[in-house]
Design a binder for this molecule. Structure first.
Ligand code: AMP
Length: 420
């Protein structure tokens, strides 16, 4: 019986029928993110995909949906509980602590790209293995760090020409603000307890803030008039948020404050944000993030403030795949004869990377080789037999124009002929 990929886990392929799974789309996405992130001083980190389960239960919080319902956890030959990571911030923080990175430089920025695993119900924009590109910045507790990150993310969206991106911003304040807000919210919600959905009735006493995130109409209506976090902020937390808002205005970053915005992971502390796009359906969040000033300490590291983001690659690819993406064509199809394979492979090597060359390595007859050159829609083809090598000249066929010219068989002459 044919073996299929696991439900909710996708193959990303060149020329995939479902355009968002086309690796050319992913290449554009990853390249754009990487260029922008590295130009802001973010450096690449590659943590493992499997971690000790306690990293996530302690880091993300046992009451979150991600940890309580969605983790792929298994035991390692019956000895240790391991988990396929559902997100990478906890891993980056673990690595940061484990390798004493805070001792090398007080302020550091890292980026990552890789698969995450959550046992969610698969649907458009929601998968069980999905990819995130993320960034984490350690050591800066000033609102300009938050502003810088939002500016960076806006630049990525602009460079990718993503249509109708909305930036939603909120703050969870500091500890004192949160304690006060939690109480105010709880008092309000308890008054409506009977009309809340079953899961919100449970959430209410564990983490009332999660009720703000409920998608059910009834709960949404109740939350509409819930107290606003801004009214519970301490003067320091209010000052921080106001300073960020001023900076964003000066930087030209448009956003809307969403008093109901909360995040699904428990480690967030101050400013939180989400970018959404109307080009998607129900799963419209393309990236999210915020401050997590306590997480390094909670995972037994020093007290280091931090802020980060994670972007969903499939959702960005769903938007990008509506645009035309140019795949770099093969410039030259080099056709060797039986006796010239070594010369052809060497010549191709000298022509790259100035031009993209594919050598016909099938061992087929000339007719089939030329058919493949056409199918590939290569721009030029060149047949390299021993006569050509002896004469130092060959015929360069322009497959698009249907013409040909004699060229000298030197890398410089060939590159200039192909590049026009
Ligand atoms: P989170 O790690 O939950 O803050 O999510 C960050 C981003 O990852 C979201 O804004 C989505 O773009 C993406 N994402 C989260 N869960 C999934 C999923 N199950 N499938 C695809 N993308 C996801």
């Amino acid at each position: 019986m044919m073996i299929h990929a696991i439900k909710g886990m996708n193959d990303v392929l060149p020329g995939a029928k479902e355009r968002f799974l086309d690796s050319a789309v992913w290449e554009k996405l990853l390249g754009t993110f990487r260029n922008v992130l590295e130009s802001y001083g973010y450096r690449w980190m590659i943590p493992p995909v499997v971690e000790d389960t306690s990293l996530f239960s302690r880091g993300i919080g046992t009451e979150t949906d991600v940890v309580s319902k969605e983790m792929y956890t298994f035991s390692d030959r019956g000895e240790r509980s391991l988990t396929l990571r559902p997100e990478a911030t906890a891993s980056v923080v673990r690595a940061y602590i484990e390798h004493n990175l805070c001792n090398t430089d007080p302020v550091q920025r890292f980026w990552y790209f890789g698969p995450m695993f959550r046992a969610e119900r698969p649907q458009k924009g929601r998968y069980r293995q999905f990819y995130q590109i993320g960034g984490e910045m350690f050591g800066a507790a000033h609102p300009s760090a938050d502003a810088e990150l939002l500016l960076l993310l806006k630049q990525v969206c602009d460079k990718l020409h993503l249509p109708n991106v909305q930036i939603k911003l909120n703050t969870l304040g500091d500890d004192a603000s949160r304690t006060q807000y939690r109480q105010a919210l709880l008092t309000y919600l308890v008054g409506h307890e009977a009309t809340l959905c079953e899961s919100c009735q449970k959430r209410l006493h564990i983490n009332p803030l999660r009720v703000l995130d409920c998608k059910r109409e009834n709960c949404k209506a109740i939350v509409q008039d819930a107290p606003d976090m801004l009214d519970s902020l301490t003067p320091e937390a209010a000052g921080y948020f106001a300073e960020l808002e001023t900076l964003l205005a000066q930087l030209g970053v448009d956003y809307s404050r969403d008093k109901h915005l909360v995040r699904g992971l428990d480690y967030y502390t101050g400013v939180i944000f989400e970018f959404t796009s109307q080009a998607l359906g129900a799963q419209d969040a393309i990236l999210g993030g915020g401050r997590y000033d306590k997480l390094v300490q909670e995972l037994d590291g020093p007290s280091v403030p931090a802020i980060g983001f994670a972007a969903g690659v499939e959702r960005l690819a769903l938007i990008l795949s509506q645009q035309e993406i140019q795949v770099a064509p093969t410039d030259l199809y080099l056709v060797p004869m039986a006796e010239t394979y070594a010369q052809a492979l060497l010549l191709a090597d000298q022509l790259r990377p100035a031009i993209a060359v594919e050598v016909d390595v099938t061992g087929n007859k000339l007719k089939q080789q030329m058919r493949r050159a056409d199918k590939l829609q290569a721009r030029f083809a060149l047949v390299l037999g021993s006569d050509e090598i002896v004469n130092g000249q060959a015929r360069l066929k322009d497959l698009h124009a249907g013409t040909e010219q004699v060229v000298e068989l030197s890398p410089a002459a060939l590159i200039s002929a192909v590049k026009g």
